[in-house]
Design a binder for this molecule. Structure first.
Ligand code: NAP
Ligand code: MG
Length: 497
């Protein structure tokens, strides 16, 4: 199957001109003038260049963020801060089409998906976080102090911004992952150096421009595009107070080590997953099939919560596998800008090599593809949506994160045995349960070690719902009220009366 490519005039102005770094409110070149190319993975062609930020640029951005922390950002009232964050959400919504096109071209994802999911969710994240700016508060405490008989004290706690935060975000939802990180940092009064993934630098720079337009002071949000060294320079930087990272568990561990080696900066990590999706014998079969297909194939399977391990009760196994396989075959794979496209290419040639390697490893270890199992002829980095059977928990396709449109189905008979298998993973990010018996659903949800459990649905994310992982899926939670503590220090103030 050959893939149709769009005409070049569809390329927006933000994806065809060289992009610079955003430091202290100014667009600037990298100190050494370096650039790197970003490609359209749907064609394999270069879109444009971005500045190649390195340690010196990181340092300039950290200094700008430090100055901004004690500048006008500090003196803005919570209400004023909330309003500019809200305005940023408005500007994202107003520029929805353009932002969806930028991420579609840079990442490969269907523009229709970006316009329906990534961009509206990003706007909503800022609207939600804007509300928190005026609601951050400490508490008053009455200490007992048995060693100071008769002492009278007044004590209270104050929440303060953790300070300058580095945020390193992945390529799978470029704008949305930026929003998840930037929103709570702004709401709590922190300042930011944002480092987008090298594969998808463009929407983060546009977000930085929109933040300035919204009235967020220069230096509060700096954007350093780079690859190979910018991330490590941030993780090692002695004047960064916190680093927040989303990406692979491997790099997450490097970041935690860098923090330990340097200034013990705070670290929050949102890492990989290998999420179990469980179809019980009383499930609504049609809903389970549709939801399981969406759970793995949404966003080319490049989702940390992808429902990549499909456990199906033996009574329904053949029917569900058949249904998910037919759903896979019905997916329209194409260039992200084609309005009929449901699934785009993988993000890069590296990701293509990774995923197609797993398509070989699966059969080598005994699995069999009921559909898919191969790449699609280019240009572009397309692979077939794939369903494996004859899979077992010891196979690499069950234990390792593939990060592509590849699901492996396994039958089960006994729920105790199933719960053990579902938890037999170094990851613990998400899970799905399909059943008409909500009592069974809640009991099973309690046994699954995962940060999000979906019941009779999948891929539900909301600004108000905490998101994150057990085990090696990460440290801390994003979104909801819970994320705010990741961007704040608590100060206890004690007064002797
Ligand atoms: P990755 O290796 O996890 O992350 C790359 C990012 O980490 C880049 O921004 C890079 O910046 C930075 N980085 C690299 N080394 C660093 C270090 N020592 N300290 C600080 N930052 C560092 O992502 P990938 O290579 O693109 O993807 C590999 C796999 O990660 C995927 O196949 C998938 O399994 C997983 N992944 C998970 C998610 C998720 O949402 N959880 C998202 C994307 C990918 P510099 O190059 O500038 O240093
Ligand atoms: Mg790109």
């Amino acid at each position: 199957m050959a893939i149709a490519v769009p005409t070049s005039e569809q390329t927006s102005r933000y994806t065809s001109q060289p992009r610079q770094l955003l430091i202290d409110g100014e667009m600037v070149d990298a100190a050494d003038g370096g650039t790197f190319e970003t490609i359209d993975p749907g064609t394999g062609q270069v879109l444009t260049t971005a500045a190649h930020g390195k340690a010196e640029d990181v340092d300039r951005a950290v200094k700008a963020a430090r100055r901004a922390l004690d500048g006008p950002w500090k003196t803005m009232t919570p209400s004023e801060r909330g309003r500019v964050i809200h305005k940023l959400g408005d500007l994202i919504a107003e520029n929805l089409d353009e932002l969806a096109e930028i991420d579609s071209l840079d990442n490969g994802k269907a523009k229709t998906v970006a316009a329906a999911a990534d961009v509206p969710l990003a706007a909503d994240l800022f609207w939600y976080m804007a509300g928190w700016a005026t609601k951050l508060k400490g508490s008053t405490v009455r200490p007992s102090l048995p060693y100071i008989p008769g002492g009278e004290f007044h004590a209270y706690t104050v929440k303060e911004p953790v300070g300058v935060v580095a945020q390193i975000i992945p390529w799978n939802f470029p704008l949305l992952m930026a929003a998840w990180k930037v929103g709570p940092a702004l709401a709590t009064g922190c300042t930011i150096v944002l480092k987008p993934a090298e594969q998808t630098p463009l929407s983060a720079i546009r977000l930085g421009e929109l933040a300035l337009e919204a009235g967020i002071p220069p230096g509060v949000l700096n954007v350093i595009t780079g690859y190979g060294d910018a991330g490590a320079a941030l993780a090692e930087h002695p004047d960064v107070d916190k680093v927040a990272f989303t990406g692979s568990t491997e790099v997450g561990k490097l970041i935690a080590q860098a923090a330990g080696r340097t200034n013990l900066k705070r670290v929050s990590l949102e890492l990989g997953g290998k999420s179990p999706n469980i179809v019980l014998d009383d499930a609504d079969v049609a809903a389970a099939i549709a939801g399981s297909a969406q759970g793995i194939f949404f966003n080319q399977g490049e989702v940390c919560t992808a429902a990549s391990r499909l456990y199906i009760h033996q009574n329904l196994f053949d029917e569900v596998v058949e249904g998910v396989s037919r759903a896979a075959e019905a997916i329209k794979v194409g260039h992200g800008l084609d309005p009929d496209t449901e699934m785009g290419p993988l993000v890069s040639s590296e990701q293509f090599d990774r995923v197609t390697n797993y398509l070989k490893v699966g059969p080598e270890q005994g699995a069999r593809a009921t559909t898919g199992g191969a790449a699609i002829d280019g240009p572009g980095y397309f692979v077939q949506p794939t369903v494996f059977v004859d899979a077992t928990n010891d196979q690499r396709i069950i234990q390792e994160e593939i990060f592509g449109p590849v699901v492996a189905a396994m039958p089960f008979a006994d729920v105790d045995d199933l719960a053990a298998k579902a938890n037999d993973s170094v990851y613990g990010l998400a899970a799905g349960i399909w059943t008409k018996d909500l009592s069974k659903a809640h009991k099973l949800a309690a046994r699954i070690k995962a940060g999000t459990v979906h019941i009779n649905t999948y891929h539900i994310y909301d600004a108000a719902l905490p998101f994150g992982g057990y085990k090696q899926s990460g440290w801390g939670r994003e979104m909801g009220e819970e994320v705010l503590s990741a961007y704040q220090e608590t100060k206890s103030v004690v007064v002797q009366l």
